[in-house]
Design a protein around this ligand. Structure first.
Ligand code: AKG
Length: 327
């Protein structure tokens, strides 16, 4: 116990990951060196053990189903949030060559990093042992098992005016199915002015998938998505007022959910504070592998540091890169 809070220890010196206190709770996963071309930081750290503060309610599940997005207020323990703030700050300081800065030259950073759990043990604990998997289980109610798919850091530094373009997540993903849940967790108070994520209510039910939208129009990014099997996206920005948006203003301890086909994006951060967030994807057992020509592993500036697993199209995604976290 530290300051009255329960912590557990990741035992990462060996080839496998175990959760120190409750091994049954956390998955065993092959070492990250199997996926990364570079050495990783083994921090040998203690992580919080607290579960969700409360259960997901029926009302929240109904909102998520109806709008394709929902804000779960006060569901994550703050000791986890503090722990992950330090982890995000470490990754921002590290500024690995595999990270992105989507801001314009000379502006405060819009920092992003895909698969941080392969670099830093705190993210590994967050991915595999935190309350997120329980939230996923309570939202994907018909799933017989849950896998962790991947994580991303999204930080807009104070004054980072760069917007996140309107997009769906689905076209980036080499997977198919409905049991796909994005959980976006703010580590700072988030307002419309600091870049709250905005969700186009109900767009997950339109039955359409748009081409992947790169977060920066550089050839390295746009070329990766050229062969997209999907369709042109309308100009949501031009018609912003015509649509109904859920503006994800939130506090640390809240979790924001969205469906992979929900159109979403965010404005820049015009405040003097940071807007740090971690977004993770969890999937249910009916999700299958679909390595289409424009999936995110094609964008080497995003995922060049990770080896795409050799899975069979149409089959389960169960593997060490996408580990089973429940049961
Ligand atoms: O944080 C942002 O601005 C982007 C978030 C996002 O696109 C996502 O979580 O899918």
């Amino acid at each position: 116990m530290r300051g009255g809070r329960a912590y557990a220890r990741l035992l990462l010196g060996s080839r496998h990951l175990y959760a120190g206190v409750a091994p049954a709770e956390c998955s065993r996963v092959e070492t990250r060196e199997a996926f990364l071309s570079k050495p990783v930081v083994n921090l040998d750290l203690d992580y919080p053990t607290a579960g969700p503060v409360r259960a997901v309610t029926d009302e929240e599940r109904v909102s998520y189903e109806r709008d394709g997005a929902a804000i779960l207020k006060g569901i994550l323990p703050l000791d986890w949030i503090e722990f992950m703030r330090r982890a995000v700050d470490r990754m921002m300081q590290r500024s690995d060559p595999s990270s992105q800065n989507y801001a314009d030259e000379g502006s405060p950073r819009f920092f992003a990093q895909a698969f941080p759990w392969l670099f830093d043990d705190a993210f590994k604990a967050w991915a595999l042992c935190s309350p997120l998997k329980e939230v996923a289980r309570q939202v994907l109610t018909d799933a017989k098992s849950i896998n962790f798919f991947y994580d991303q850091i999204f930080t807009k530094e104070p004054g980072a005016a760069k917007a996140t373009p309107w997009h769906q997540d689905f076209p980036f993903l080499p997977i198919e199915g409905d049991q796909i849940l994005r959980i976006w967790v703010p580590l700072d108070r988030v307002t419309a002015d600091s870049g709250a994520v905005q969700y186009l209510r109900g767009s997950h039910k339109w039955g359409v998938v748009y081409h992947p939208v790169g977060f920066k129009p550089t050839p390295q990014i746009t070329d990766a998505y050229k062969e997209s099997p999907y369709v042109d996206q309308p100009d949501f920005e031009a018609d912003y007022e015509k649509y109904e948006w859920l503006i994800g203003e939130a506090e640390p301890g809240d979790a924001l959910l969205h469906h992979p086909k929900t159109v979403h994006g965010s404005r820049g951060n015009v405040t003097t504070g940071f807007r740090r967030a971690i977004a993770s994807i969890y999937t249910g057992d009916r999700v299958v592998w679909n390595p289409h020509a424009a999936n995110m592993f094609n964008n080497k500036s995003l995922t060049g540091h990770v080896r795409m697993p050799d899975l069979q199209a149409g089959r389960s995604i169960d593997c060490d890169l996408f580990p089973r976290v429940w049961p």
